[in-house]
Design a protein around this ligand. Structure first.
Ligand code: FUL
Length: 695
């Protein structure tokens, strides 16, 4: 029998043994306290809203009149409400972009809200946002462009004084700032107080970065500074929304300058032996542009795109900064808010239940055999405790026993980063049918690593740390069974008549019909691309057998096959011109030419033509959108007669969506689509997709 005194002695011995086992020494460089706080932000918002919103530009010139700045319903509380509902933890505002216009009534320039009609010059957007952030429990960040195309002294030492004064205003008058964003862009040319010239600066020396950094440290000691080169947070080297799978928080900071990055990979992947802790922030806009353009209302990133962005940033040891181009009213557009909430809901569902929590975990090595560093610490949902090995053990395994077959498709792992980033190589195995099978083989972990893979059913999983700079310290692991993303599938047909259906997730079924009837799970199941010539209506759904959920129907009406279509005409470079009927809206053909430009197509057979469709270039810059057109039909490709239809694609500049024109049917084998004018004065005529409608 164990007596009470014996129990107390055992407990005492355990206590001593626990406290005598020392935590591992940190491996330098390690994050600062302010960086650790920043790491917890994880997902937050950018707002690009400024003069460009009113001039429909991405980079203003600096000569814009403050009169143009006049939001009709500016509502920072709406921004904050959306961001809070989306699970974001802060908002960074473009207080001043490259065009120099200030969203706060700076005492150092006339080029600000104080000379705008908005609130009769009495408004202050930074102040309104600071208050809204407080109300919605968000932190505030500031974007202050070093490049200023408005200021007359830009390029001279005087401008630097101006820049510092502005920084001081922003860091003094608006409460706590969590991040200060210094952009590296410097295009050279600008208005510069009317000089209208190119001003080159030496970005190594001009801004006197150490002095600027000192101002931020003094006025906002908890704020992290972002730039291409930190000092606290680094740019990830692209604006597309991803970090490399191998991603170190380390950087040889002194070899990189804002606007001067010798090797872009250093930003995308960090540097294994970098001298400083400078983690990556992934900045990406929810639309193609950073600023609001009405013609991008239908180009808000899709849920699948945003999910990829989330997993390729937060899931790859980076933070995620998603931009909202606030519109001319001064609100986050309805399309953008609906989409971000859809993302937030999906993320929430993906991580709803950690299947590893509370399960039995065993490690091949535990530091000093102490409970203080046991495997269970990685499964307790407490990031302050961690599993760790003895100093000399650089590879070790942690096994979680689910006790019964368990289905999962996500694995999450976090290092105790206050001890430095350690793990260099790891893999994940699952115990399936009495055998260990590798699910994924990876390199770095860092603050958070999330792996996505098709459903696995297993009774156990094993995390193998295969190589580490020092004994691994794993704060948390998570195993999740994310629901399938059930959104309507994409249907495409290429020029050869091959139809491809695409759903987002693996493990779901796609069912389709080609006769116009409604698809059900009893319809044909899609397994691979199939040939479908001639006119037909393809309808498809996505179905998840596990949840029983079904998507809405995608329906695409295909007209005649285009297999033998040929583009004729002066510019007839077949390889590129055929992009206009390749069935892929992401590719386009364009030409720099004065209108009229004729696109003549030989349809290879005489058809009864009753209309046509035109999809303009869907890329970021909308190359060559056609405004006015004429459409001709001919039986021999020589005699065209009068156009069968002509006119204007109304509002196409603001909304470059699919255009459809119908008319009384006419027989012919050749069609001529004549571009009479462009929506944009850029001298380009372009087409993403062209099709005809036959009777
Ligand atoms: C870039 C800028 O030039 C863009 O306009 C935008 O502000 C983006 C976030 O950073 O470098």
């Amino acid at each position: 029998m164990i007596t009470k005194p014996l129990l107390s002695i055992a407990f005492f011995i355990l206590l001593i043994s626990c406290s005598s086992v020392k935590p591992p020494a940190p491996i330098n460089p390690v994050p600062s306290a302010r960086q650790l706080m920043w790491h917890e932000m994880e997902f937050y918002a950018f707002v690009h809203f400024n003069m460009n919103t009113f001039t429909n530009m991405e980079w203003g010139l600096g000569s814009e009149s403050p009169d143009l700045f006049n939001p009709t319903e500016l509502d920072c509380r709406q921004w904050a409400k959306v961001c809070n509902a989306a699970g974001m933890k802060g908002i960074i505002l473009t207080a001043k972009h490259h065009d120099g216009f200030c969203l706060w009534p700076s005492a150092y320039t006339e080029h600000s809200v104080k000379n705008s009609p908005w609130k009769n010059g009495k408004g202050d957007v930074v102040k309104e946002l600071a208050e809204a952030c407080k109300e919605y429990n968000l932190k505030l960040g500031i974007y202050l462009s070093p490049w200023d195309r408005n200021h007359k002294d830009y390029g001279k030492p005087e401008y630097l004084e101006y820049f510092k004064n502005q920084l001081r205003e922003l860091l003094t008058n608006y409460g706590d700032i969590f991040e200060v964003w210094f952009d590296g862009a410097n295009g050279g040319s600008g208005w510069y107080g009317g000089a209208n010239e190119v001003r080159k600066i030496d970005n190594k020396t001009y801004y006197q970065w150490p002095v600027i950094h000192q101002i931020v440290r003094e006025l906002q000691p908890h704020a992290c500074m972002f730039s291409d080169a930190g000092p606290d947070i680094r740019w990830v080297g692209n604006e597309e929304g991803w970090a490399r799978e191998t991603n170190w928080c380390l950087l040889n900071r002194d070899s990189v300058m804002p606007g001067n990055v010798p090797e872009i990979e250093w930003l995308r992947a960090g540097q294994e032996y970098g001298s400083h802790w400078v983690p990556a922030e992934v900045d990406v806009s929810i639309r193609p542009g950073w600023y609001y353009h009405p013609y991008e209302d239908h180009k808000v990133k899709t849920l699948p795109q945003l999910l990829d962005i989330y997993y390729n940033s937060v899931g790859r040891n980076a933070s995620l900064l998603i931009n909202f181009p606030v519109d001319k009213r001064g609100k986050i557009h309805e399309n953008d808010s609906a989409r971000i909430l859809q993302l937030a809901e999906t993320i929430k569902a993906d991580f709803a239940e950690n299947l590893a929590t509370g399960k039995n975990a065993e490690a091949t090595n535990t530091r000093g055999n102490s409970r203080k560093f046991s495997a269970a610490n990685a499964l307790d949902n407490d990031r302050k405790t961690y599993w760790c090995t003895n100093d000399e053990i650089l590879s070790a395994s942690l096994t979680v026993d689910f006790e019964r077959p368990t289905v999962f498709n996500r694995f999450l792992v976090q290092e105790e980063i206050s001890l430095g980033q350690r793990v260099k190589k790891f893999n994940l195995e699952a115990f399936i049918d009495n055998e260990w099978k590798e699910i994924s083989s990876q390199t770095t972990i860092g603050r958070k690593r999330i792996l996505r893979f098709p459903d696995v059913t297993a009774t156990k999983i094993r995390l193998n740390i295969l190589d580490s700079k020092a004994c691994p310290a794993i704060a948390e692991i998570g195993v999740f069974n994310a629901p399938k993303v059930i959104i309507e599938p994409e249907i495409r047909r290429n020029q050869a008549g091959e139809v491809t259906l695409k759903g987002f997730d693996s493990g779901i079924g796609i069912y389709y019909t080609t006769d116009g009837t409604a698809p059900t799970t009893k319809s044909v199941k899609y397994t691979e691309p199939f040939l479908l010539k001639g006119k037909s209506n393809v309808k498809a759904i996505v179905f998840d057998p596990v949840s029983g959920k079904q998507s809405s129907v995608t329906s695409v009406q295909f007209d005649v096959s285009k297999e033998n279509w040929k583009v004729k005409g002066a510019f007839g470079n077949e390889e590129r011109t055929s992009l206009i009927f390749d069935g892929n809206p992401e590719t386009s053909w364009n030409i720099k030419s004065k209108p009229p430009v004729d696109i003549i197509i030989d349809l290879d057979e005489t058809l009864n033509i009753a209309g046509f469709t035109y999809l303009p270039d869907q890329g970021r810059w909308g190359q060559g959108v056609i405004n006015n057109y004429e459409f001709y039909i001919s039986s021999d490709g020589k005699n065209w007669g009068k156009p069968v239809t002509s006119g204007e694609f109304a509002n196409i500049k603001n909304s470059p969506v699919l255009q459809k024109q119908e008319f009384s049917p006419v027989n012919g084998r050749f069609v001529k689509f004549r571009a009479l004018s462009q929506a944009e004065e850029n001298g380009i005529i372009g087409v993403a997709e062209f099709d005809i409608i036959t009777k």
